[in-house]
Design a protein around this ligand. Structure first.
Ligand code: HEC
Length: 141
């Protein structure tokens, strides 16, 4: 008798949990393990970034062609450096140009109207700064 009902219950259990509320089933919370795209921000090449920097930060004063005749130049005294001036190109070292760009004219005994770009100071910006110097040098060629 007992065994019988036990079996009956076992069978019933298999079918519907032997009268117990139906198991709600373990909701397998799908842990979304898809890695959030960690695309290493390689960004544009240092040369391209420097071109961008030149256009946005230098052209207003030094001009598109580096002659120191940008739209903002007229109001400035002394005038922004004309990069096509061969004598000037010879007179400065790359290090001087870098210092001017980073810390501004005042840092190299020039006009404080030449603004500094301290955000370009850092190992991760070195390539961009070098490329910016190359652009300045390029106008003298
Ligand atoms: C607000 C105007 C202005 C902006 C913007 C500007 N400059 Fe100048 N820059 C000047 C002026 C003015 C001088 C001339 C300083 C002097 O002769 O005393 C100068 C001089 C220079 C010189 C020559 C320094 C020397 O040894 O004679 C370099 C190099 C230079 N700027 C690079 C840059 C670069 C690169 C940028 C953009 C990142 C830039 N400048 C943005 C105004 C500006």
């Amino acid at each position: 008798m007992f065994a019988r009902s036990a079996i009956a219950c076992a069978v019933a259990f298999l079918l519907n949990g032997c009268g117990k509320p139906e198991s709600t089933g373990t909701t397998t919370t799908s842990t979304n393990t898809t890695p959030t795209s960690t695309t290493a921000s390689t960004g544009p090449s240092p040369a391209a970034a420097a071109q961008d920097l030149y256009k946005t930060r230098c052209v207003p004063c030094h001009g598109e062609t580096g002659k120191g005749d940008g739209p903002g130049a007229a109001a400035l005294t002394p005038k922004p450096r004309n990069y096509t001036d061969a004598a000037w190109q010879k007179s400065v070292k790359d290090e001087d140009i870098k210092k001017t760009i980073l810390y501004g004219g005042a840092a190299v005994g020039k006009s404080p109207l030449m603004p500094g770009n301290p955000d370009l100071d850092g190992d991760d910006k070195k390539a961009q700064l070098d490329a910016l110097v190359a652009i300045v040098r390029g106008f003298g060629k």
